[in-house]
Design a protein around this ligand. Structure first.
Ligand code: NAD
Ligand code: MG
Length: 390
């Protein structure tokens, strides 16, 4: 029996994780759950999974949750704020942590889980984009285990040999091929992209996800963040990470070897597959995902990405090549830009323009400590906000 803390349990990944766990009550027990503000959903999850601790964002949300739990006769302890999130990530009571908070808000708790030597199921790609080297160092120093939940990285992990040591050459790996659906605007006239509405941007053709990652998929910033994520997870330089557009989202990514072999992982686009894989690794458990019917899929197609249509992808490669604090700056600018787009304060094409301007405006620095990274994150947010209100 393994116990898990699910950070961001009311989100898309959190709900899918609870779905897989509910299929295996003999294997997994929920130690802690967290939500930012959706108190009613969290109370319902507590009733079903009976965790020892539940964490919310604010004191007000905590008292609302306490009242709802008391009304149900539940004894779950309630806590709130970033420190409480770090506490449930590092607690002796949990073996595993699902890091499924969206954005930089998930960084501190993911680092806390690494420092406590936990098995980390990493969905929160932004944590790795911001603090790649520091997070990987913490994982190594504290003997933690980092398993990728992002479908592409989970696929690559499955296509690499057991014992892979974060270096391509010794394992005969030529390159990593990240597949991308291309999102809702793959075929739309580029000259009309400035008119895109929020509703169009969040309507992903293949995946049902949170709003931030859905917009990131529409700009392909998501794939850019994933290129950086792949760099840190697998020790691959930028020129060995290739992005391939594959609209069917059946191949979740590939590894190309020096002998000409290409290994791919396939499946229906449903996050319960990578979640179940990481939960049980190195074993396999049922996830609830329907078996893949290739005859029904009928065709798999591939094309290179068009950087004019998706400038955010190019920006991510630029940030990765620049190193230092540039990826943290890009991530922070993008979080502000996406929120401003979702709030209808800026148009769709302003997202890539803001990201570009903020990267140009802030001088790159060495990313040797978390303080510098958080300072640059804050500076990038302030600069992005200033550009928006200008
Ligand atoms: P979501 O918006 O559906 O859920 C986000 C969760 O984080 C919620 O539980 C919310 O309460 C919590 N949260 C939000 N802001 C917070 C804050 N400031 N402090 C504490 N908690 C906060 O997002 P999602 O789609 O589940 O994505 C979660 C993460 O997983 C993201 O990093 C995303 O890139 C990654 N991811 C998601 C998918 C997917 O299919 N949804 C796929 C791959 C990777
Ligand atoms: Mg992905």
């Amino acid at each position: 029996m393994q116990s898990i803390s699910i950070l961001g349990s009311t989100g898309s990944i959190g709900v899918s994780t609870l779905d897989v766990i509910s299929r295996h009550p003999e294997r997994y027990r929920v130690y802690a759950l967290s939500a930012h503000s959706r108190v009613a959903e969290l109370a319902a999850q507590c009733e079903r999974f009976n965790p020892e601790v539940a964490v919310v964002g604010t004191a007000a949300a905590a008292s609302a949750l306490s009242a709802q739990l008391a009304a149900r006769g539940l004894r779950t302890e309630v806590a709130h704020g970033p420190e409480a999130l770090c506490a449930i990530a590092a607690a002796d009571g949990c073996d595993m942590v699902m890091a499924a908070i969206v954005g930089a808000a998930g960084l501190a708790s993911t680092l806390a889980a690494a420092r406590a030597g936990k098995k980390i199921l990493l969905a929160n790609k932004e944590a790795l984009v911001i603090s790649g080297q520091l997070l990987m160092d913490a994982v190594a120093a504290h003997n933690a285990t980092l398993l990728p939940i992002d479908s592409e990285h989970n696929a690559i992990f499955q296509c690499l040999p057991p014992g892979y040591s974060r270096a391509l050459a010794p394992h005969g790996v030529e390159k990593i091929m990240l597949t991308a659906s291309g999102g809702p605007f793959l075929l739309r006239d580029v000259d009309t992209l400035h008119q895109v509405t929020v509703e169009e941007a969040v309507a992903h053709p293949k995946w049902v996800m949170g709003r931030k990652i859905s917009v990131d998929s529409a700009t392909m910033m998501n794939k850019g963040l994933e290129v950086i994520e792949a760099h840190w997870l697998f020790g691959a330089p930028a020129d060995r990470i290739e992005v391939v557009i594959h609209p069917q989202s059946v191949i979740h990514s590939m590894v190309s070897y020096v002998d000409g072999s290409v290994l791919a992982q396939l499946g229906n686009p449903d996050m319960r597959t990578p979640i179940a894989h990481a939960l049980a690794w190195p074993e396999r458990i049922a996830s609830g995902v329907a078996p893949l019917d290739l005859a029904q899929v009928a065709q798999l197609s591939f094309s290179p990405p068009d950087m004019r249509r998706f400038p955010c992808l190019e920006l991510a490669y630029d940030a990765l090549r620049a190193g230092g604090t540039q990826a943290a700056v890009l991530n922070a600018a993008n979080e502000v830009a996406v929120q401003a787009f979702l709030d209808r304060r800026i148009g769709f094409r302003m997202i890539d323009q803001l990201n570009h301007r903020v990267m140009d405006a802030l001088p790159n620095q060495a990313a040797t400590d978390i303080g510098t990274l958080l300072e640059q994150d804050a500076a990038a947010r302030a600069r992005a906000e200033a550009f928006i209100t200008q």
